[in-house]
Each structure stands twice: as structure tokens, then as C-alpha cells.
Design a protein around this ligand. Structure first.
Ligand code: BG6
Length: 494
């Protein structure tokens, strides 16, 4: 029998500004990292492009916001390169049509992010950009028209590029003030339109990157990454505090890239290694954001790489005063941790580990593990006892458009059905889960590879990896399936 979802459970979907909006140079928007990032594929990295100090073009493998420029170089858009995020799927001009389709599916929540560079094009501007403020007001009003609750990420991998260049990005403490000014501006502006806010998307990616680099990451890399994160923690906490003062009804979530880590064997060394993996990759960030202080193991993590963090007394007070109201996370897959030799490697979504013989894998190598979602929900709820939201979950897959224009994505339906069942089990086991927003509810540009063909949506967008297409929207089979899931509050999953 299908387990029940609580009344008022929020069903919907999620996108991010830089992956969906396009219109990268419209209405006063400043540039962000993805505007200088090329397309890639599962085995070809995306590149960040630049011009060096002598004016020569160059590119370096981009890991989103962590690409480091050579001395004297500046990020640049090069003429003979293709940048998939420039147009993305043109949500900027088509949001009314898209939100109407979301409403047709029955959404009660829609997660999107505000592009900081639309509001403060350079990040440190004295005044906000009115056109940017107007755009999001109109988007939120459109949501409200259909009774859809906006769930807003304040930052989704898109610090204004000008802040990266002028201040060196988040390793610089000044970024805290710029972020807080931006957050305060949008809280005041949208205080009657938005209730749910997420401070930093997948904040733990910064440590997960280090983990993926393995021995290639130097102590200096660790020093910078942990200081960068500390600044984001303080920025998040100060924003939460200010937000609660502006509107006590505001609910704030962190946003963790949720990966369930399993020990590869019952060798105690694997069990301990796995525990330490959870501490570094998952708890390091969420303990600070949920409890207002670093976990006891943090000192060990810093010591291992001779990290000396600058943490002021004021920072400590800020962290305590700005803890989150709900634990929100993305979930796509699990990963295996072992100290033993292994032949098959599996990687995806900022993690790398041994292949799990009990699971199947997507075309992009991501493990398919719905039970891992149940495990994650129960483990985390037990630790923090905060309301939880699954704010990203989905299957990146190739879709085929049939001659009559239909798209039969039964594989995507199977993926979501299994994850919804896992959520129901977790709820049955006491977890206070309040929302589910599937990732890429409409096809968008992949963050990791820059591809369009890695599709997550219930709505197909006619655009290919070279940017060709009409951008026309077509509901897939999953669209009608999800509509029924929502109408039955998760009871009809067939
Ligand atoms: C999450 C991000 O890591 O995973 C999204 O928050 C991203 O921005 C999603 O799109 C899926 O990853 P990818 O690389 O398949 O787009």
C-alpha cells in the first residue's frame, strides 16, 4: 500500500537562474562565472575562458566557481567559443508560459534562484538594478497568481564575476557584506511575496571538490576552501538573522549536496573512513548552519591540512544567531567509501568512490539509489530534528522525440516513483519532510557538463548542444504522470 504524504505537502520543481534564464546581458545584468564557461560532456570538461596579461586568449578546466586565473589574466567571452548558459532555455522571456505549465501540473511550490548579478551587476554597487528587481517581482507575482509558493535560492553558483576579479571571490571577507546587502535588499523587496529562502546552493561542494582532487589538493587549497566556506557560513547566518527581523514568517533553509556514503566493507577501517567522509562532506557545513557552531571533528580536519582559520568573536555570535529553520538538500545518488583496492570507480555530482554492485547507473554514471534517499532523510532528521525538504532530485537522461512530437520517458517516471516511495517510507518512520521539488522540472543546461541533452525535465525544450532549436516547450509523459501524483498527494504513483 502506498504510504501517505501529510496534508499540505509541497510538490513542485526546481531550476536555477544561470541554467534556465539566459538573457545573460539583458536589462543591466552583470556577468557571472557560467557566462565565461564553455560547454562540455561526460568526458570533456567545461572550460572557463580568459584573456591573459598580453591579450592572448586562453582557457582552463572549470569547476564552476573555483576556476583560478593565471596571474594578470581576466575572464573573457571569446568569439569562437559557444557558451550554453548565455541563452540557456530563455526562462527570462518565457517564464509566464513555463509557470503556466507548472501550474497545470499542479505545483504548490516552485524553486528558482535569483541572479545576484541582475540585482547588483558588480556585486558591490551602491544601488540595486531596478530592472532586475522588477523581473523577479513579476515572476513571483506570476507564481502567486496560480497559488504557487516560490522557494528562492539566494545564491546558486553565481557570484558576480566582478567580485571574483576585484576581490578574489569568497576567500575575501568583504564578500560577506556584499552578500548581506544583496540579501537584505531582496528580503525587503519581496517580503510579502516570498516566504521560503535558501541561502547557498550546495554549499558543501567546496569541500567535496577538495575531496575529489585527492592528493592533488594542496594545504593552501584547503586553507582557501575552508576560509571561503567560513565566510559563506557567516554571510548565511547574518542573512538569516536579518531576514527574520524583516519578516518573522520567513523560513530559511541551508542547501546541502546530499550524498549517502556507504562503507565498502565491514572492515572497521572502512567504517571509520566512511564516518569521516560524512563529517567532512556533509556535516561540516550543516552542523554550522543548523547548530550555529563547528562540529568537534572540525579541528581534526583543519589540523590534517595545517589550516588556520580566521574566525572572529563576532563571527561566532553571528553563527549562533542565524541558524536555519529547515534542512534542505539535493539528492541524486549514493557513493561507496573504502580503504581497500577496487577496480571499478563511480563518480558523479562532486563525489568519487567505488562502484556499488547492488546498484544501476545512469548514462552519466550516477548511481540510482532511492533507498539511499530514505537512509539520508532518516539519518539527518535524527541529527537535527528540523523540517526537511528535498529540493533537487532527478534523472539526467537522453530523451527521444517521436515523429508525432511525443516524448516517452518511462525511465524518468521510474526514477521519480522510486524516490517518492522512499520519501513516503521516511515519513512513515517519523521524518518531518515537507516538500519535494524535482530538479530541472523543465529541461535546462547541465551544470556539470553544459549539455542540453542531459535532460531532467518533465517539459522538453527544443534546443540542442550547439544552441540550435525553436525553444518550444512540450510536456513529456512524465508531465502527465507527475500531475496525477500531485493531484493524489503522492498516492497514485502508477
Ligand atoms: C546539483 C546542482 O549539483 O545538481 C544543479 O545544484 C545541477 O545546479 C544538478 O544542475 C544536476 O547536475 P548536472 O551536472 O547534471 O546539471
Amino acid at each position: 500500500m502506498t504510504k501517505r504524504f501529510p496534508e499540505g505537502f509541497l510538490w513542485g520543481g526546481a531550476i536555477a537562474a544561470n541554467q534556465a534564464e539566459g538573457a545573460y546581458n539583458v536589462d543591466g545584468r552583470g556577468l557571472v562565472q557560467t557566462d565565461v564557461t564553455t560547454g562540455g560532456s561526460v568526458d570533456k570538461p567545461r572550460y572557463a575562458t580568459f584573456v591573459d596579461k598580453d591579450g592572448n586568449p586562453g582557457k582552463l578546466p572549470s569547476m564552476g566557481h573555483t576556476a583560478k586565473l593565471p596571474e594578470g589574466a581576466t575572464f573573457a567571452i571569446l568569439e569562437d567559443e559557444y557558451y550554453p548558459n548565455h541563452e540557456a532555455v530563455d526562462f527570462y522571456h518565457r517564464y509566464k508560459e513555463d509557470i503556466k505549465l507548472f501550474a497545470e501540473m499542479g505545483y504548490s511550490v516552485f524553486r528558482l534562484s535569483i541572479s545576484w548579478a541582475r540585482i547588483f551587476p558588480n556585486g558591490d554597487d551602491k544601488e540595486p538594478n531596478q530592472a532586475g528587481l522588477d523581473f523577479y517581482r513579476s515572476v513571483f507575482e506570476e507564481c502567486r497568481k496560480y497559488g504557487i509558493e516560490p522557494l528562492v535560492s539566494i545564491w546558486h553558483f553565481d557570484t558576480p564575476l566582478a567580485l571574483e576579479e576585484a576581490y578574489g571571490g569568497w576567500t575575501n571577507r568583504k564578500l560577506i557584506d556584499f552578500y548581506v546587502t544583496y540579501a537584505e535588499t531582496i528580503f525587503k523587496e519581496y517580503k510579502d511575496l516570498v516566504k521560503y529562502w535558501l541561502t547557498f546552493n550546495e554549499i558543501n561542494n567546496t569541500v567535496m571538490f577538495l575531496d575529489m582532487f585527492g592528493d592533488k589538493a594542496t594545504d593552501q587549497d584547503y586553507q582557501e576552501a575552508y576560509q571561503h566556506l567560513h565566510h559563506q557560513f557567516v554571510a548565511s547566518a547574518r542573512a538569516v538573522k536579518i531576514g527574520h527581523d524583516i519578516n518573522p514568517d520567513f523560513q530559511f533553509g541551508n542547501m546541502i549536496c546530499g550524498i549517502t556514503f556507504y562503507p565498502g566493507t565491514c572492515d572497521p577501517k572502512d567504517i571509520l573512513e566512511n564516518q569521516h567522509k560524512w563529517e567532512q562532506n556533509i556535516f561540516y557545513c550543516s552542523d554550522v548552519q543548523a547548530k550555529g557552531r563547528y562540529g568537534s571533528y572540525a579541528k581534526r580536519l583543519w589540523k590534517e591540512h595545517r589550516v588556520e582559520l580566521e574566525i572572529t568573536e563576532q563571527d561566532k555570535q553571528d553563527l549562533l544567531a542565524g541558524t536555519i529553520d529547515m534542512y534542505t538538500f539535493s539528492y541524486y545518488m549514493s557513493s561507496v567509501v573504502t580503504t581497500h583496492q577496487f577496480d571499478d570507480t563511480a563518480s558523479g555530482n562532486f563525489s568519487i568512490g567505488a562502484k556499488n554492485p547492488y546498484l544501476t547507473y545512469s548514462d552519466w554514471g550516477w548511481a540510482h539509489d532511492p533507498m539511499g534517499l530514505q537512509y539520508y532523510l532518516e539519518k539527518i532528521y535524527d541529527r537535527y530534528e528540523l523540517p526537511m525538504m528535498v529540493v533537487e532530485n532527478g534523472l539526467g537522461a537522453f530523451d527521444t522525440v517521436e515523429e508525432d512530437g511525443s516524448i516517452h520517458d518511462s525511465y524518468r517516471i521510474d526514477y521519480h516513483r522510486a524516490h517518492i516511495q522512499a520519501m513516503a517510507e521516511a515519513i512513515e518512520n517519523g521524518v518531518d519532510l515537507i516538500a519535494y521539488t524535482t530538479w530541472g522540472c523543465i529541461d535546462l543546461v547541465s551544470a556539470g557538463t553544459g549539455e542540453m541533452r542531459k535532460r531532467y525535465g518533465f517539459i522538453y525544450v527544443d534546443k540542442d548542444d550547439a544552441g540550435n532549436g525553436t525553444f518550444e516547450r512540450t510536456p513529456k509523459d512524465s508531465f502527465y504522470w507527475y500531475k496525477q501524483v500531485i493531484a493524489s498527494n503522492g498516492e497514485i504513483l502508477e
